[in-house]
Design a protein around this ligand. Structure first.
Ligand SMILES: [Ca+2]
Length: 212
């Protein structure tokens, strides 16, 4: 069982490197090939669509924070953190404690899908992805994005967006990834963060991740 889990993590890691390399290259998407098979859309949801609000909402979640990347064993993830949530009773607390590595989590549909299985969510109509974040001390650097499954995968993300790497403050602050004009008909990875390690553990909080 443990061996299987490690194999899955290995595949995830390779997938994330490919996704990062593609993003850094910033090559414009190739024009659609005439006669290519139409893209199968994801499950249609109403907008606004809440990716995360409170841990009690878990039964309704479309996107699952299952895609652990990089130094995944240095990530602690608690989506029922009760101290100082931005809304309701809970928020997400993340601790990353590999000083030399990087780590991240992708929210996937279904869980553990890196684009090889059918899935995805149709978020057509959303104009932005908003979320709230704060750092434990202030000054934490974290990158946020969505749509990281590249087009060479059978079930790729039809659209992607990012706020880049941002500096968090000690107080809750709202961030926004603009989505107007993007094809949101099949979003496989609804939310992604990645963080580089520092000499001390990087601790930050997230709440109210919403397509609106
Ligand atoms: Ca909350």
């Amino acid at each position: 069982m443990k061996k299987l889990a490690l194999m899955v993590v290995g595949v995830m890691f390779v997938g994330s490197i490919v996704a990062m390399a593609q993003e850094e290259a910033a090559v414009p998407a190739a024009p659609a090939v005439v006669g290519a098979a139409p893209i199968q859309p994801g499950v249609k949801v109403k907008i606004p669509h809440v990716v995360y609000g409170n841990c009690e909402d878990e039964g309704e979640q479309m996107f699952i924070p299952s895609g652990w990347m990089g130094s995944y064993d240095a990530i602690e993830f608690d989506d029922c953190w009760k101290e100082n949530p931005r809304s309701g009773e809970s928020c997400i607390k993340v601790v990353f404690s590999d000083p030399r590595g990087w780590g991240g989590i992708a929210w996937q549909n279904p869980a553990n899908n890196w684009g090889d299985e059918e899935g995805g969510v149709d978020l057509t109509g959303a104009k932005k992805l908003t979320f709230w974040a704060r750092g434990d001390k202030g000054g934490e650097m974290v990158e946020f994005k969505m749509g990281i499954i590249p087009r060479n995968k059978p079930y790729f993300d039809t659209g992607k967006g990012s706020v880049g790497r941002v500096k968090l403050e000690k107080e809750w602050k709202k961030f926004e990834i603009p989505l107007e004009g993007k094809d949101l008909s099949r979003i496989m990875t609804g939310f992604v963060f990645s963080v580089k390690g520092r000499s001390e553990p990087v601790v930050f909080y997230l709440d109210d991740i919403i397509y609106e």
